[in-house]
Design a binder for this molecule. Structure first.
Ligand code: NAD
Ligand code: LMR
Length: 330
């Protein structure tokens, strides 16, 4: 007997990331090859015509797992009975901007969405925030949905993890599948700390395999921190296919059991792990148990260099939190 469909909401569904992710969700890559889905697609009124075109294309794929599509500009209809909400809809930055510069522009989008999730989503709702600055937008949304437990909220640091894995693999001359245990600590911003020290290549410490501490401490970190800006500079648009791919990876890393001894990067609500202030949406190493539960991996070590990186990214998240507090968003 086939499973009951799961409702998945995607906001900003007519945008670039929307176009790169919807077809993958409908084909079973988000929730598994035997899980039917209903797509609830939220857009703003001016984008509804473009969204109609996307809906036609979804229909034209005749995906066996796609049990329904609901395009809407109404928050209640978008989140009604939904079990996964992928919050993409917001303005991307342009060349020369930092992601934090978007807080004023995008922050206001997430307060009403939090309220709508609180009022209308299914009791098993889980939320992944992709729209930037995603950690603090997640904090805003979560703060406006007090009935939804804190462990249901995720912001996306997986794209940074994938970027870091790819850079380490290339430098080591190893297949990317051999690079594991990469953590992106803190904010999805230019202050993030891509943790090479605890990463592994073929089960060995990455620094030992790579043997170039200067590269790891310098160019490696900088490439990962600034990759989003490099893509905007080259494409004139922000990353979309790789962002959609990372969103699929993120959701899979929540509902699938994490391979033994490994972890993946997600920004989750801090309960003080590694000395971070409680309540920040903070990039940590996370393991999932395969039945919806997850935990932050504790006990990883940070030398003075890493501690200083953590201090800087934590400070940035604290200042973003204070900014949205002053704006009345949390
Ligand atoms: P885009 O401009 O192509 O699409 C955004 C869509 O959101 C548009 O169609 C727009 O109409 C819609 N939108 C705007 N306000 C909305 C609202 N209030 N409700 C619903 N929809 C709304 O942008 P994109 O390239 O798809 O990027 C979307 C966001 O994702 C940006 O903020 C970008 O910076 C961010 N992003 C994050 C990551 C990450 O790793 N966390 C990676 C890439 C992009
Ligand atoms: C990215 O990392 O590619 C996105 O967050 C887009 C951006 O503004 O960098």
């Amino acid at each position: 007997m086939s499973k009951a469909p799961v409702h998945v909401t995607v906001t900003g569904a007519a945008g670039q990331i929307g176009y790169a992710i919807l077809f993958r969700i409908a084909s079973g890559q988000l929730l598994g090859p035997d899980q039917p889905v209903v797509l609830r697609l939220l857009e703003i009124e001016p984008a509804m015509k473009a969204l109609d075109g996307v809906v036609m294309e979804l229909e034209d794929c005749a995906f066996p797992l796609l049990a329904g599509v609901e395009p809407t500009a109404d928050l209640k209809r978008a989140f009604d009975g939904t079990s996964w909400a992928l919050l993409v809809g917001s303005i991307p930055r342009k060349a020369g901007m930092e992601r934090g510069d978007l807080l004023n522009v995008n922050g206001g989008i997430f307060k009403p969405q939090g309220q709508a999730i609180n009022a209308h989503a299914a009791s098993d709702i889980r939320i992944l925030v992709i729209g930037n600055p995603c950690n603090t937008n997640c904090l805003i949304t979560r703060s406006n949905a007090s009935d939804v437990p804190a462990d249901r909220w995720f912001a996306m640091t997986r794209l940074d993890q994938n970027r870091a894995q790819s850079q380490l693999a290339r430098k080591a001359g190893a297949p990317v599948s051999e690079v594991t245990n990469v953590t992106i600590w803190g904010n999805h911003s230019a202050t993030q700390y891509p943790d090479f020290a605890n990463a592994q290549i073929s089960g060995k410490p990455a620094p030992e395999v790579i043997g170039d501490a200067d590269w790891l401490r310098g160019p490696f970190i900088e490439i990962v921190q600034k990759r989003g800006a490099a893509i905007i500079e080259a494409r004139g648009l922000s990353s979309a296919a790789s962002a959609a791919n990372a969103a699929i990876d993120s959701v899979n890393s929540v509902w699938r059991e994490t391979p033994k001894g490994q972890w993946s990067s997600l920004a989750v609500c801090s309960s003080g792990q590694y000395g971070t202030p409680e309540g920040l949406q903070y990039g940590f190493p996370v393991v999932a148990d395969g039945s919806g539960g997850w935990s932050v991996v504790e006990g990883l070590e940070h030398d003075d260099f890493a501690q200083e990186k953590l201090r800087v990214t934590t400070e940035e998240l604290v200042s973003e939190r204070d900014e949205v507090k002053a704006l009345g968003l949390i």
